[in-house]
Design a protein around this ligand. Structure first.
Ligand SMILES: C[S@@+](CC[C@H](N)C(=O)[O-])C[C@H]1O[C@@H](n2cnc3c(N)ncnc32)[C@H](O)[C@@H]1O
Ligand code: SF4
Length: 417
């Protein structure tokens, strides 16, 4: 598996050199001149820990969460004050963990962000189903949150028990969502769970839209090696049949695909922290993607707080890109939106996309992965499946290895992927 990703990487970057992440880091981040910058804030605490979940998370304690948020606000000021003027950014997303557990302090975090940044496309935040009540939603809305994402995983009892999740009080959820509306109400599902049928998945998606969602994210189950979960995903053929069938169903019901994993019932309903050319991340495990570098913060809450108290950035590892490596990163992140506009590529890199990847684009069109119209390359149904497939490989070969190490070592010396 890692042989395949290495091969693809070597081909696309035209180099045998691996991606090397090192511990030296920049205390001043060059983000001032970037367009389309997004922001991400990570809050790692959860009321209970799901054994399938790979994210950087910790059991909630009010005292620790408060100390963490104090440090987080300092990190925002450390980075934000590096820009001479208030910097325009597209969006701000809170992920986790379960950020809604810190609802009473979200306003304070947003105010810290607003001191340095101007957010033009709204603020998104993740909730566990148990956080969906009128009071919490109102606190979030008053703080400025405009989009919410609820981690349902499945409404079916069978899959909830496979995943070790409790059942969802759908009546209370519907009432709360009706009482406190948001521009985007997204619900997360996991598919390709053992013996999962199309009927099961369809019932989940339909129920989400009936309960008030206008956006759903359907993630393929990934069996990370460092989690204790024993759940195995469905084989490739069944996964593809499920994905194709649910994509068609969503399209027919009037919920077209909005990104590789998401479907929405209106174009304004968006929830994606991924499809950005560049972004700044704050908090444990948060990543930052700039013009020539990608960096990742430490996963360890204590180490994170200590660094910030010393007035230093909590960066654990940084990769400084060669030109082709950066192009592959750009294409990979941008392709989450299922289309790539050659004008955007040329604006970012100053060279035409066709000049750099003429053969690959021709091949992808020839084998039916991409369709082109006026310089915009859009993934076909087949292309979207293979993107999923490649993403899975990438996740298991790169992210799995990296996160597996970072969960144990706050500041590793170097990681080669
Ligand atoms: C940070 S959680 C969402 C918010 C909240 N903590 C919750 O669980 O409801 C982000 C999402 O990642 C997805 N996810 C977690 N572990 C996964 C795995 N092993 N494979 C695929 N998707 C996963 C789930 O759909 C989950 O809702
Ligand atoms: S899935 Fe959500 S609630 Fe469960 S451990 Fe992961 S972040 Fe926490």
């Amino acid at each position: 598996m890692s042989f395949l990703t290495s091969l693809a990487r070597s081909w696309l970057t035209r180099s045998l050199k691996p991606f090397t992440f090192k511990s030296d880091y920049d205390q001043v981040l060059p983000y001032e001149n970037l367009d389309n910058l997004g922001l991400y804030v990570h809050l790692p605490f959860c009321k209970s820990i799901c054994n399938f979940c790979p994210y950087c998370k910790k059991l909630y304690s009010e005292e620790e969460s408060n100390r963490y948020i104090d440090a987080l606000i300092k990190e925002i000021h450390l980075v934000g004050s590096q820009s001479k003027e208030k910097k325009k950014v597209t969006s701000l997303y809170f992920g986790g963990g379960t950020p809604a557990l810190s609802a009473p302090r979200i306003k304070e975090i947003i105010e810290a962000i607003n001191e340095h940044f101007i957010i033009t496309e709204g603020i998104g935040l993740e909730l566990h189903p148990e956080n969906v009540n009128k009071d919490t939603l109102q606190i979030l809305k008053d703080a400025g949150v405009t989009k919410i994402s609820i981690g349902i995983q499945s409404f079916r009892e069978k899959y909830q028990s496979i995943l070790g999740r409790r059942s969802v009080d759908t009546k209370a959820m519907k009432e709360a969502l009706e009482a406190v509306p948001f521009e985007t109400v997204s619900m997360d599902f996991i598919f390709a769970l053992p013996s999962q049928t199309y009927e099961d998945l369809k019932a989940d998606v339909d129920e989400a839209f009936e309960l008030g969602a206008n956006h759903v994210a359907i993630y393929p189950f990934i069996d990370f090696t460092f989690t204790s979960s024993k759940v195995k995903a469905l084989p490739k053929k069944e996964k593809r049949a499920l994905l194709d069938a649910i994509t068609k169903h969503c399209q027919e019901k009037g919920y077209p695909r909005s990104t590789i994993w998401t479907f929405s019932s209106k174009p304004e309903a968006k929830y994606s922290s991924m499809t950005r050319e560049t972004f700044l991340g704050f908090g444990c495990s948060a990543t930052t993607l700039l013009r020539d570098q990608f960096k990742i913060n430490t996963f360890d809450v204590d180490a994170y707080i200590k660094r910030i108290e010393e007035g230093k950035l909590p960066t654990s590892l940084t990769i400084r890109f060669k030109k082709r490596q950066r192009m592959v990163y750009w294409l990979f992140w941008t392709a989450y939106s299922t289309s790539v506009d050659e004008k955007d590529f040329e604006k970012f890199f100053g060279v035409p996309l066709k000049k750099m990847y003429r053969f690959e684009l021709w091949l992808a069109k020839k084998i039916g992965y991409l369709a082109e119209k006026d310089g915009v390359y859009t993934m076909t149904l087949k292309g979207a499946f293979y993107y999923h497939y490649f993403e899975n490989f990438y996740t298991l070969s790169y992210i799995d290895k990296m996160w597996g190490i970072m969960r144990k070592e706050p500041f590793p010396k170097q990681i080669k992927l």
